[in-house]
Write a protein that binds this ligand. Structure first.
Ligand SMILES: C[S@@+](CC[C@H](N)C(=O)[O-])C[C@H]1O[C@@H](n2cnc3c(N)ncnc32)[C@H](O)[C@@H]1O
Length: 270
């Protein structure tokens, strides 16, 4: 298989990756046949997967604009993925040209592509690091160059925590991050769940099995389990809801039924 220029030598392009599958669902071009094949298999069980991803991205953009409106100009986006249209730095810097954005991802394609997209942008950067090791993120020179942790930050954990298994203790990682943030900081989070999917769980489970089979299990958590990630934050109205119901720009009723899958919310640290 030919390796395009954007694919770092270190990656195995015969194994599907969740970030490249996500890029495929969103209509991007940074994916290989193995990724497309796995994504299509998942879509056989849940044809509405792209709608879920679009609703997730639309929520993320509204939440970023909301945060800028509340005076936040620093963004730490962990699990940022392969930048497609309407990225955090584009939305934040359109609202406030001085906004600073630090992206973090452990996927080498996401990192390489972000480096290319961000070239020449002094107020945005990308760090290769893992959410499961929050200290490495918080202590990194790259983060400190862009982000002043003594001032409020919007921490984005958007569509990432459902890739962190309980054995890797995602709650401790989220707590460690919260403890490092200044008062007034925000947590912007989305998470997959069986709740809201317009299919019986057995059928949606077929799509979840595709992720298990590529050794990147998708952890479907309940609303209560997802709400626990917001411990130590006050929920911003309307609380933890399906993505189209979070401060919508247009009537949520117009959305595809799949868009109501999973949960989205924003919390503010007192
Ligand atoms: C579904 S994408 C979400 C991208 C973006 N946040 C969004 O919502 O549009 C999930 C991203 O999280 C990254 N990821 C998964 N587990 C991670 C971890 N433990 N540390 C850092 N990144 C991780 C994946 O590489 C992927 O790029």
């Amino acid at each position: 298989m030919e390796r395009p220029a954007w694919a770092p030598r270190s990656i195995d392009i015969t194994v599907p990756s969740v970030s490249r599958m996500y890029d495929y669902y969103l209509g991007g071009s940074h994916n290989f046949e193995v990724d497309r094949e796995a994504a299509r298999r998942a879509m056989e069980f849940m044809p509405g997967l792209p709608k879920i991803m679009q609703a997730n991205r639309a929520f993320m953009r509204r939440a970023v604009r909301f945060a800028v409106g509340e005076g936040i100009t620093q963004f730490l986006d962990i699990g940022s993925g392969i930048p497609t249209f309407g990225n955090v730095h584009e939305v934040a810097q359109a609202a406030d040209p001085g906004a600073r954005v630090m992206y973090v991802d452990h996927d080498p394609v996401a990192v390489a592509h972000s480096q290319a997209v961000l070239e020449g942008n002094d107020n945005a950067g990308i760090l290769a690091a893992d959410l499961r090791k929050p200290r490495e993120i918080l202590d990194s020179a790259e983060v400190h160059e862009l982000i002043d942790l003594n001032r409020p930050v919007a921490l984005l954990l958007v569509a990432i925590l459902h890739f962190v298994e309980d054995t890797d203790d995602p709650y401790t990682a989220v707590t460690e991050l919260r403890e490092a943030l200044a008062p007034g900081s925000m947590l912007v989070l989305t998470h997959a769940s069986y709740e809201g999917i317009p299919l019986p769980p057995e059928r949606a489970g077929g799509a979840v099995d595709v992720y298990k089979n590529i050794r990147n299990p998708l952890i479907m958590r309940s609303r209560d389990e997802i709400a626990r990630f917001f411990e130590g934050y006050d929920m911003v109205e309307p609380g933890l809801v399906s993505p189209p119901r979070w401060r919508p720009d247009t009537a949520p009723e117009d959305e595809d039924p799949y868009a109501f899958s999973g949960f989205a919310g924003v919390g503010r640290k007192a």
